[in-house]
Design a protein around this ligand. Structure first.
Ligand SMILES: [Zn+2]
Length: 386
């Protein structure tokens, strides 16, 4: 099978972009991995055909918060292809993800996976990574200290000077990181958050921007959020889950055009579903949204062991977000934030798309019902038996 597919998708109910109307009975013609034509009616052209049977077809999804840190990714260059393919399928392709942002993993493993995908040995999403991230001095999160082998811990930069922060950003870029991640508020203990000194965060963000990288921050609380906003961070990687006193900062972040990846289901699954914990988190998201804040979809899979997306989609629905809002988070918003195309399905665009097992969409949770994932014009899920 060639890398870039030729395919005619027939009888699609096309939603070419989150704000567009549904177009029933559409044929999508794909040549060499690119959409060449979208037309009403059936127009068989003798090429390979996928009959969508009237189901909804939407642009490929981005998961903007993942980690390739589970044991299976360790020394990924030498792991048998079949084993890694299972993981790529289950983490990404089954869920409709044709793009993903890894917010912290060993560069060696990430680079190996990306290489094996781009060489065609493995089938996977387009992957971007933040590399190792940057932590406050003596500020590794307790859950990172618990999970990581001892020999990796000294590799995690915990810069205590501006020069060290600048060098750390240079090193991560040389090791293949396309985005950056700062722990401006690091949970050093379950009940203690350590802030990153503002001048460190500022120089790191400046350096990453100079390198053309989007900067994500794990903020945790008011102080971590203040540092992220003042340092010029672009994306808040989770709703602050100690949100007391963050309202004015969330409004300021929205005014500055910052993005946020909520990761609501991760909080529910890894901390507690107790409403006294979750309700302030939901409220903080509401404050950011009401101020015009922009969202990206992300689950924190890799840290979160549950790879399903339904829980996050249902949580976003519970926050009052519409199908169009959530489709925006999955497609056009990441395209804009990450400068990776348009996130729309138009002639001339890459043929990354998802077939949803419904004939119309009226609830965000339906986006979990992925029937097929098409990447560069190839049906990558479900894969034809080899
Ligand atoms: Zn994470």
């Amino acid at each position: 099978m060639s890398e870039l597919g030729d395919l005619d998708i027939t009888d699609a109910t096309l939603i070419p972009a989150p704000d567009a109307d549904q177009l029933p009975g559409v044929t999508i013609r794909i040549r060499s991995g690119v959409i060449t034509q979208i037309e009403r009616g059936s127009a068989p052209a003798g090429g390979e055909e996928y009959d969508a049977g009237g189901r909804v077809v939407v642009p490929g999804f981005w998961n903007c918060h993942v980690h390739l840190t589970e044991r299976v990714w360790a020394r990924a260059a030498t792991v048998p292809a079949g084993r890694l393919q299972q993981e790529l399928d289950d983490m990404f392709l089954v869920r409709g993800f044709t793009g993903a942002v890894d917010l912290g993993s060993h560069p060696r493993d990430h680079v190996a996976v990306k290489h094996r995908v781009s060489s065609g040995e493995l089938v996977g999403p387009r992957l971007l990574t933040a590399g190792m991230g940057l932590y406050p001095p003596r500020g590794l999160p307790f859950y990172v200290r618990a999970d990581l082998p001892w020999y990796i811990r000294p590799l995690l930069p915990q810069s205590s000077s501006r020069g060290a922060a600048r060098r750390a950003m240079g090193r991560s870029q040389r090791r293949g990181a396309e985005v950056a991640k700062l722990f401006t508020g690091s949970y050093v203990q379950p009940d203690r958050i350590k802030p990153m000194p503002l001048e460190i965060a500022r120089v790191a963000a400046e350096e990453a921007h100079r390198q053309g990288r989007l900067v994500f921050a794990h903020t945790s609380d008011r102080e971590g959020l203040r540092i992220a906003v003042e340092a010029g961070v672009d994306v808040i990687a989770h709703v602050p889950d100690a949100p007391e006193g963050t309202e004015p900062l969330l409004q300021e972040a929205a005014r500055r055009g910052m993005w946020m990846v909520p990761t609501l289901e991760m909080f529910a699954q890894t901390v507690t579903r107790d409403p006294s914990y979750l309700e302030p988190v939901y409220h903080a998201l509401g404050v950011f949204l009401e101020a015009g804040g922009r969202l990206l979809f992300g689950t924190d899979v890799g840290y979160l062991t549950d790879r399903r997306t339904r829980g996050e989609l249902e949580a976003l629905d519970a926050c009052g977000l519409s199908v169009a809002d959530v489709l925006t988070m999955l497609t056009t918003a990441p395209a804009e934030a990450l400068s990776v195309g348009s996130g729309r399905l138009d002639a001339g665009e890459p043929a990354d798309l998802v077939v949803i097992d419904h004939r119309q969409l009226n609830n965000p949770a339906q986006l979990a019902d992925v029937l097929a994932t098409i990447r560069s014009g190839r049906v990558v899920w479900p894969r034809e038996s080899a």
